[in-house]
Design a protein around this ligand. Structure first.
Ligand code: ATP
Ligand code: MG
Length: 474
């Protein structure tokens, strides 16, 4: 066969292909052509892939009939934005937390390499835009994104099992670290603004600067509490092993103004948890209490402040407090008492939560809902509480917040005045040992009342206040 002959054969082969293509485009409807092309493409792709040593997993952004954003896609997106943003050349930025934080993510069709236990994998964020002219009401119906993971078939088991679990855990941890923390409170049932679901909690952004560093407390006690908390937050496996729900109860008790509420904030800031401030008198009954519990998220603190004022003890503390405040005639005192009594009656009618309902929430079957939670009660009167409520296992750690000691004072003086030592410290130490002043009052006395007041003035103010308390005390 000579070269000319070969050329002629090849030319006629090309001509026949062109002819078939022309016929195909001319006579076959667009819909058919599209499906034939995709079938051909799929078979050719499958055929070629069978020779490839690489495997792929695709994670679509939207799944299901209702086009819910896939959780897996969101977790992978978070993971990749943190882990691979340094390696990727093309990134896209987005502002979160009211424009305060910039989050970088993989740009569309950008590929990055990740390494797990020495094995390389490739991630690609792919975007396809449908050419369909129809308008879709669901997000993602026209604009489809997915993450494609490519790895060598040799590591199939490692990637599909441990690498996937690792991504899931890391992604969730990053989400928790980066989220805007919230302070929830229970209200009448209402429709959530974004979710559109009925909810019993409403929330605000949680921002409070109190930390363990600013908390006036004996150093050893502070360290003990912090270690206990950190150990708890790292003990998932331990709780699984001993067969207990991953939760821990703290009872904070002590006189007013000793830092119980401040400590709750410090705990939330230390562990980066949300706070659910549960107002028991607003809870209709045990069923609603259970619903409230179910609606709380993991990594959170459920707080019931002044637990002695709840349930059948409702209102006692506020009565006493308000009685103390009102230093007026006996007549007026009686009036206040009556008003408070009426209020107590109204409140007791409102809430039908029982002690056993509360015990169940803390330690019953329902307490196992969710994980990594702290339940904190505060009270001024520990002796008033039912022993069942505060026994270990329910309230695992009992912390007494005390009147200001010299160690607490030093923390406060450092916070408020930036002084670590001063000639007046010895006098203050002696006075604190002889009197009882709560940290709230000490802090108030340390605060400069005018711009001219310096450290000496503030400390002298405190000495005067302590001497006055000492006189009253005697
Ligand atoms: N131990 C402390 N360290 C630092 N500041 C404190 C401490 N205790 C109280 N304070 C200050 O006093 C204020 C009142 O404290 P906090 O509300 O925490 O007291 P509490 O024990 O919860 O009182 P109550 O029993 O009346 O609810 C806080 O704003 C805080 O600034
Ligand atoms: Mg308080």
């Amino acid at each position: 066969m000579n070269t000319n002959h070969l050329f002629i054969k090849f030319g006629s082969f090309l001509a026949s292909i062109m002819f078939v293509k022309a016929m195909y485009e001319q006579y076959l409807p667009y819909r058919w052509r599209n499906s034939i092309s995709s079938i051909l493409y799929r078979y050719i792709y499958q055929f070629l892939s069978s020779f490839s040593p690489y495997h792929h997993i695709t994670f679509e952004e939207f799944t299901g009939e209702r086009f819910n954003r896939s959780e897996a896609f969101t977790i992978i997106e978070t993971y990749l934005s943190e882990k691979t943003s340094e390696k990727a050349r093309r990134l896209k930025g987005n502002f979160v937390k009211d424009g305060k934080d910039l989050v970088l993510g993989l740009a569309d069709n950008e590929e990055v390499i990740d390494e797990y236990e020495g094995v390389k994998v490739w991630w690609k964020c792919r975007r396809s835009v449908s050419r369909s002219q129809s308008i879709n009401i669901y997000p993602g119906s026209n604009d489809k994104r997915n993450f494609k993971l490519t790895f060598h078939s040799r590591y199939r088991d490692l990637i599909t099992k441990s690498y996937m679990t690792y991504i899931l855990e890391e992604g969730k941890a990053i989400t928790t670290r980066k989220r805007q923390r919230k302070l929830f409170t229970n209200v009448k049932e209402q429709k959530g603004a974004t979710s559109g679901r009925w909810t019993l909690w409403s929330h605000v952004e949680f921002k409070h600067p109190a930390t363990f560093d600013t908390l006036g407390m004996a150093e050893a006690k502070k360290n003990y509490i912090m270690n206990d908390l950190v150990r708890f937050s790292n003990s998932k496996d331990y709780y699984d092993k001993i067969g207990k729900p991953w939760k821990r109860g703290y009872l904070l008790y002590g006189p007013p103004g000793t830092g119980k509420s401040t400590m709750i904030v410090a705990i939330a800031n230390l562990l980066e948890y949300d706070i659910y401030d549960l107002e028991l008198t607003m809870v209709a009954d045990n069923t609603q209490l259970r619903r409230l519990l179910i609606e709380t998220s993991n990594k959170s603190i459920i707080v019931i402040e002044d637990i002695d004022c709840s349930l059948d003890l409702t209102g006692q503390r506020s009565s006493m407090k308000e009685e103390k405040k009102v230093k007026t005639s006996e007549d007026e005192k009686d009036k206040v008492k009556k008003v408070l009594k009426d209020r107590e009656q109204v409140e007791s009618k409102k809430s039908q939560v029982t002690l056993s309902g509360l015990l169940n929430m803390i330690d019953g079957i329902w307490s196992a809902v969710g994980e990594e939670r702290l339940i904190i009660f505060t009270t001024n009167y520990i002796e008033k509480l039912d022993q069942a409520l505060i026994r270990r296992g329910r309230m695992d750690v009992h912390i007494e917040l005390l009147y200001c000691c010299f160690e607490s004072f030093k923390v406060l003086a450092n916070n408020y005045l930036d002084v670590k030592s001063h000639p007046l410290f010895e006098t203050i130490k002696g006075l604190l040992e002889e009197t009882k002043m709560n940290p709230a009052d000490v802090a108030e006395n340390l605060m400069p009342k005018s711009l001219e007041l310096d450290v000496d003035d503030c400390l002298e103010n405190l000495v005067k206040a302590l001497e006055k308390v000492k006189l009253d005390y005697q």
